[in-house]
Ligand binder design. Sequence first.
Ligand code: ATP
Ligand code: MG
Length: 199
Amino acid sequence: MSQVLRAFIAIELPSGVQQRLGRVIQRLQDQLRGVAIRWVKPQNLHLTLKFLGEVSLNNLELIKEILAREAAQVPSFEFSIGELGAFPNAKRPRVLWLHVTAPPPLLALQRSLDLQTARLGYLSEEREYSPHLTIGRVNRQISQTELNRITLLLQEAHLGLDEVVSVTFLTLFRSDLHPDGSVYTPLAVAPLKKPLQER
Ligand code: ATP
Ligand code: MG
């Protein structure tokens, strides 16, 4: 029997960014008081590049190699964090998120990681990749009145964030699901290609 763990590849956010976003999330939480939403803890905020799911321990080294190789080919880059949105849409919000700009290196990384890990059997999503930071998950049993409050907030919120994140490495995370929030543990980090002047 081979052991497995739940894993995903992501970009970590600096703790300063996490703290400032945490305050934004707190404000939204106050505005949606009484609505059943599981809000993401600030220290858990991250940008997922590839959700792997169940990974057998036997494959872990191969995944770390892919991560190191693909990261080393893409120069460090920046992305900015924008407005509030929801999947699948504002009328039927299930996942609340903050928009993330998609600079070409981010998309290149996502595509190459997706392709290389798919070759090991970690299949791609059917939906097109759309970079976002998940900040909350709406409870399935929520009433129409609660839904309307979320929809209204989505239509009217202007967060006016001014957050730019510099990305210099990627992280392979283990995820342990718990009723009171998942616990993410870094298993490996992989540096991006350094800009010329720093080599
Ligand atoms: P919970 O599922 O209990 O809400 P979580 O979503 O924080 O916890 P995981 O389900 O392990 O924890 O997900 C880890 C990361 O991968 C999160 O960013 C999540 O949004 C993303 N993710 C999870 N499942 C998928 C999926 N099927 N497709 C794309 N991304 C996913
Ligand atoms: Mg999940």
